[in-house]
Design a protein around this ligand. Structure first.
Ligand code: C2E
Ligand code: MG
Ligand code: MG
Ligand code: MG
Length: 282
């Protein structure tokens, strides 16, 4: 009967809800212990110059190997970390670890790569964020001029009235700023002009079907010309094919990132791999 079907549908819905809620609950309790269990690691993905293919920087990407849940992708655990507020201590661990990496490069030589770090909306809005950054920077001895903070378009839009002021404080410390996932949110172009941002990162979803999809081509072209007019640079993410690379570089895209150039890798593989060992052995 219809009544029965309704009851079954309801039961199904309730079970699904429970499963989802249980999963979120298990994840947040595992996340709560992840820091003390040392379950996080940063991986580093190269960014190359569009002009000559040289590595100009790396993006730090968080990885979690949970003792109970196994490897969980950031797309699953970052939202839970944000909802529970755990992103604050986790984000601090990310900053501390990435700053230490930059400080190591700084000690090694002059021409250090730039290191891009993802900042969550909650972290960015948090009262003590700028002071915390200054404290961690001083503690690590890292060079802010070689550190790029990636803030998502939606974080910027949720940011409230003192957003421009806060971004300017970060610039005065010396950080560079990039707008991540550009094109996926609702950024007002009028705002963009007022924000002291150096780079726009074209989201992977708009790079995927280049150069065959006319809409993705239009979005990439428009982003590149907007950036040029506003005096910004563009980083394209998710570049996997030669055809994508040549489309973007032909149109002056400054920096490219994607599996074509390298996957995110742990520091020992990304920087201290066979190259160094070979050099030491030779
Ligand atoms: P995102 O900042 O936009 O990072 C780029 C994502 O694209 C990364 O996914 C990267 O592994 C992936 N990617 C790069 N090149 C390619 C490619 O050629 N093909 C494909 N299919 N994917 C590519 P990942 O590492 O899974 O991270 C997902 C998102 O999680 C990030 O997107 C970022 O929003 C968030 N995230 C990662 N680490 C952190 C962190 O330390 N803090 C915060 N707040 N968020 C983070
Ligand atoms: Mg990013
Ligand atoms: Mg991105
Ligand atoms: Mg993205």
């Amino acid at each position: 009967s219809a009544k029965e079907a309704g009851r079954n549908a309801y039961q199904f819905f309730r079970d699904e809800m429970n499963l989802h809620a249980q999963h979120q609950l298990r994840m947040s309790s595992a996340l709560r212990r992840a820091l003390e269990r040392d379950e996080f690691e940063l991986h580093y993905q190269p960014q190359v110059s569009g002009a000559d293919g040289r590595i100009v920087g790396y993006e730090a990407l968080l990885r979690w190997e949970s003792g109970v849940l196994g490897r969980v992708p950031p797309a699953e655990f970052i939202p839970v970390a944000e909802a529970t507020g755990l992103i604050l201590p986790i984000g601090e661990w990310v900053l501390r670890t990435a700053f230490a990496q930059q400080a190591r490069w700084r000690e090694d030589g002059e021409d250090t790569p730039r290191l891009a770090i993802n900042i969550s909306a909650l972290q960015f809005r948090h009262e003590g964020f700028v002071a915390k950054l200054e404290q961690l920077l001083a503690g690590a001895g890292a060079d802010p001029a070689r550190i790029e903070l990636e803030i998502t378009e939606s974080a910027l839009m949720q940011g409230g009235g003192d957003m421009v002021e806060r971004l300017q404080r970060l610039r005065r410390i010396g950080f560079t700023l990039a707008l991540d996932d550009f094109g996926t949110g609702y950024s007002s172009l009028a705002y963009l002009k007022r924000f002291p941002i150096e780079r726009l990162k074209i989201d992977r979803s708009f790079v995927r079907d280049l150069p065959d999809d006319p809409e993705d081509c239009a979005i990439a072209d428009a982003t590149l010309s907007l950036a040029r007019d506003l005096g910004m640079e563009v980083v394209a993410e998710g570049v996997e094919t030669e055809a994508q690379r040549s489309y973007l570089t032909a149109r002056g895209c400054h920096v490219l990132q994607g599996y074509l150039f390298g996957r995110p890798q742990p520091a020992r593989v990304a920087f201290d791999g066979p190259g160094d060992e070979a050099r030491m052995a030779g």
